[in-house]
Design a binder for this molecule. Structure first.
Ligand code: TYD
Length: 136
């Protein structure tokens, strides 16, 4: 079950008198090479982002600012996380349906991705995702 591979990753940080510096390195802090970064910001409080699954893509999701909820579903089991620390990432393997919601004001969701953007890697329809899980 893919949801068992979901994990919280505590990211290293350097703290000194000037402030804090958080670090993510591909294949060191996350189990993949980072090919792409994108970020969600100015998200409306009642908006849902995500609502898709990936065929191959792996991701690390970090609440760089503020907080939001990540609801996960591997087609069999569900899990939900509240992200609100900029030194904590949520690792998602492939084949996880995810929905991001309850964004706080000024929340920023940073996503580190294992692949370049490829619309063919998406299941954007939940029924198609469930069919694919059953076929595995
Ligand atoms: P979408 O997948 O709906 O965002 P969410 O993560 O909330 O599900 O993406 C919104 C639009 O942006 C959609 O037209 C696809 C496009 N997009 C890119 O062009 N490149 C990217 O790296 C990403 C993540 C999305």
């Amino acid at each position: 079950m893919m949801i068992e591979q979901v994990k919280i990753i505590h990211l290293p940080k350097m703290i000194d008198s000037r402030g804090k510096l958080g670090i993510v390195e591909g294949k060191i802090n996350v189990p993949f090479d980072i090919r792409r970064i994108y970020y969600l910001y100015d998200v409306l409080a009642d908006a849902t982002r995500g609502a898709h699954a990936h065929k191959q893509l792996q991701q690390l999701i970090v609440a760089i600012a503020g907080s939001f909820e990540v609801v996960l579903d591997d087609g069999v089991n569900k899990k939900s996380f509240t992200l609100n620390k900029n030194c904590v990432g949520l690792y998602l393997p492939k084949m996880i349906w995810r929905e991001l919601k309850n964004f706080s004001t000024n929340a920023v969701c940073l996503v580190l991705a294992s692949e370049h953007y490829d619309e063919d890697d998406y299941y954007r329809n939940y029924e198609d995702f469930i069919e694919a899980v059953k076929a595995q």
